[in-house]
Design a protein around this ligand. Structure first.
Ligand SMILES: [Zn+2]
Length: 292
């Protein structure tokens, strides 16, 4: 078994695209891309899920369930076994990673520098220093009102130990419903790669990246990573304004795509006829249009 067996490789107008069926196998192309660069690239990922579980924690839980010991400590020990220069260690890692553990494995083993997750499942994301202070103040003052004003952007962030920033979101851009409801879920997901939505996400990502010394995220080498389960409808994969998405494609050192057919099926909206094959073809077409 070689790393190359874990993905299919496509080149469109000089742009390298690596397609995997299960997202954790993306560690293989990420490492190969790392080989070709003089520093670890950042990751900009578009996904339904946050994919930020601790690497090997699933495997470590099984091991310690049978043999005793501290699963968290074992998981952290296992990450140290990954050497991105050593294909065998990467193959071992991919075999033992569970769902959503691959980004943590990649950032902690210096395959990736920082990861920025555009996602639909965690509205809060990484909380800022100002948000944490506000929450602490509100709790301390309860039932009296907090003394601090609610924080507003731009905000500042601590350097996360795992080098992963989950970018928060409010709702669909322009949504004024209060409270947000099921219609919001559809509107929000439908704009996942609309320029107006990505621009807002990238502004939040820039607040985060500046706090770790990355002044312009898109000016440094990054991999654009796309999980097809981020697309729940035809509307979502065919945005009306592709400007920002195409810029992200053009500026990426490479693109990885996880097809995750079962998740696509599970997450697509009722009545939608999309599937992973259709979405992959549409993504390839977007890439062709962006770089052609
Ligand atoms: Zn809403």
């Amino acid at each position: 078994m070689a790393l190359e067996n874990l993905f299919s490789h496509h080149i469109i107008c000089g742009k390298n695209i690596y397609v995997v069926d299960a997202h954790h196998k993306a560690l293989a192309p990420w490492a190969l891309i790392r080989h070709q660069l003089d520093r670890a690239p950042n990751l900009i990922t578009i996904d339904h899920h946050t994919d930020v579980h601790e690497a090997f924690l699933g495997h470590a839980h099984l091991e310690t369930y049978e043999n005793g010991g501290d699963a968290w400590a074992l998981a952290r020990e296992l990450v140290k076994r990954i050497d991105w220069r050593d294909d065998q260690s990467l193959l071992w890692a991919i075999e033992h990673l569970r769902h959503d553990e691959h980004i943590d494995a990649a950032t902690l083993s210096s395959v990736l520098n920082y990861a920025f997750c555009i996602q639909l499942s965690d509205s809060g994301g990484n909380s800022s220093i100002e948000e944490q202070a506000y929450a602490a103040d509100r709790q301390a003052r309860w039932p009296q009102p907090p003394t601090l004003p609610p924080p507003s952007r731009p905000m500042t962030y601590e350097d996360p130990e795992n080098h992963i920033f989950v970018i928060p979101h409010d709702c669909a851009i322009g949504c004024n419903r209060m409270p947000h409801n099921d219609d919001c879920v559809v509107e929000h997901a439908n704009m996942i790669i609309e320029s107006i939505y990505l621009d807002d996400q990238l502004v939040r990502g820039a607040e985060m990246s500046r706090c770790v010394g990355i002044d312009h995220l898109e000016a440094q080498p990054y991999i654009l990573d796309i999980d097809l389960d981020a697309f729940h409808s035809w509307r979502a994969i065919e945005p009306s304004d592709v400007t920002t998405f195409y810029r992200l494609i053009r500026n990426a050192v490479a693109i990885t795509v996880a097809t995750e057919a079962e998740c696509v099926e599970e997450l697509k909206f009722d009545g939608e006829t999309i599937d992973a094959d259709i979405l992959l073809a549409r993504i390839m077409n977007h890439i062709k249009m962006a770089v052609g």
